[in-house]
Design a protein around this ligand. Structure first.
Ligand SMILES: Nc1ncnc2c1ncn2[C@@H]1O[C@H](COP(=O)(O)OP(=O)(O)OP(=O)(O)O)[C@@H](O)[C@H]1O
Ligand SMILES: [Mg+2]
Length: 112
C-alpha cells in the first residue's frame, strides 16, 4: 500500500476531487494546511532581501491505495491540479505498512 499525499492549491480541490472520483477513488482525507516550497511562500519577487518565510494556504489530500494504483492516482492529480505557475504543489508517495478497519478488525488492502 502507498499513501499519495498531494499538496495543492485550494481552488483546485473541486477539479481534483472530480478527477479522482472518475477513476474510482473513494477513500480520502482532506485538510487545510499552510506551507511553503522553493519560493518560501513568496507570491512574487520583491526588491531587496526578505528573509521571512510566508506560509501559504494549501490543501492536503491523502489517499491510501494499492501500490500498483499509486502512479495512476498521482498522474490524475497532476493533470487536474496544474496551472503551470509556481506554487502548483507537490505529491509525495509514502509506503504504508498496514491498514486496519476499526469496525471489523480486518487488515491489509481489503481495508482500502
Ligand atoms: N520539501 C517539502 N516538504 C514538505 N512539503 C512541501 C515541500 N515542498 C513543498 N511542500 C508543500 O507543497 C506546497 C506547494 O509547494 P510548491 O508548489 O510551491 O513547491 P515548489 O517546489 O516551490 O514548486 P514550484 O516551483 O512549482 O512552486 C507547499 O506550500 C508545501 O505545503
Ligand atoms: Mg513554490
Amino acid at each position: 500500500m502507498v499513501k499519495v499525499e498531494a499538496l495543492i492549491r485550494p481552488q483546485k480541490l473541486d477539479d481534483v476531487k472530480t478527477a479522482l472520483s472518475e477513476i474510482g477513488v473513494r477513500g480520502m482525507t482532506v485538510s487545510e494546511v499552510r506551507g511553503a516550497g522553493r519560493q518560501r511562500g513568496y507570491t512574487q519577487h520583491y526588491r531587496g532581501a526578505e528573509y521571512t518565510v510566508n506560509l501559504i494556504q494549501k490543501i492536503k489530500i491523502e489517499i491510501v491505495v494499492n501500490a500498483a494504483e499509486a502512479e495512476r492516482v498521482a498522474g490524475v492529480i497532476v493533470e487536474a491540479a496544474r496551472t503551470g505557475e509556481v506554487g502548483d504543489g507537490k505529491i509525495f508517495l509514502i509506503p504504508v505498512a498496514e491498514a486496519i478497519r476499526i469496525r471489523t478488525g480486518e487488515e491489509g488492502d481489503t481495508v482500502l
